[in-house]
Design a binder for this molecule. Structure first.
Ligand code: NAG
Ligand code: NAG
Length: 180
């Protein structure tokens, strides 16, 4: 059973890649129009990410650490899973437009920096049900951190996200980030 399972899964996958460039026997050109790509639109999406790690209702939880973690300043080796609120404002009571669901790991021995991999899941307005994936390095004490936007339901979207610390409480560890 365990031997046949991977090939069964593999057989069920159908590869469909969209690339630009030459046509070959196994590829064909498709008009941009057929995908609604004629005109490129530019949207600016901005919101606040509320990362609550302490208190009674944390939205980020520590799932792993290493023996070295407690003796490093960073703290190097921590891995957290988050389901953070995305609000229009820095106030927790402001309107929620989505959630940031994913993981982050403290992966720097020196200045505190995170590797973040998360999806912004929008729940309001015209982006309700759409997601944007963000993957990148977040050097938490830098003024502006730029992270690439991956893909998501915004097909063929390109762009980047800028994260700025709006508030960070050293005692609780809670943070509010402005992402635009
Ligand atoms: C790190 O310190 C915390 C609090 O003192 C403790 O609960 C945890 O077990 C320690 N972790 C390791 C990996 O030593
Ligand atoms: C967002 O979409 C979900 C699922 O389709 C729906 O249940 C919900 O009412 C929508 N919310 C808003 C604010 O449109």
């Amino acid at each position: 059973m365990s031997n046949t399972l991977p090939s069964t899964i593999f057989a069920a996958l159908k590869f469909s890649l969209l690339l630009t460039g030459e046509s070959h026997d196994f590829t064909k050109r498709i008009p941009r129009k057929s995908l609604g790509l004629e005109k490129e639109k530019l949207s600016h999406i901005h919101f606040y990410l509320h990362d609550i790690v302490s208190g009674r209702n944390p939205t980020s939880v520590l799932v792993a650490s290493a023996p070295k973690t407690n003796t490093s300043a960073a703290p190097f080796g921590e891995i957290l899973v988050m389901d953070d609120a995305l609000n229009v404002g820095p106030e927790p009571s402001s309107e929620q437009v989505g959630r940031a669901q994913g993981i982050y790991a403290i992966d720097s021995l020196g200045e505190p920096a995170l590797l973040m991999a998360f999806s912004c899941v929008f729940t309001e307005g015209k982006y309700n049900g759409s997601t944007i994936s963000i993957l990148g390095r977040n050097a938490v004490f830098s003024d502006v951190r730029e992270m690439p936007v991956d893909d998501g339901v915004f097909r063929f979207a390109r762009g980047y996200a800028e994260a700025r610390t709006h508030a960070f409480d050293l005692n609780s560890g809670n943070a509010i980030l402005y992402i635009c």
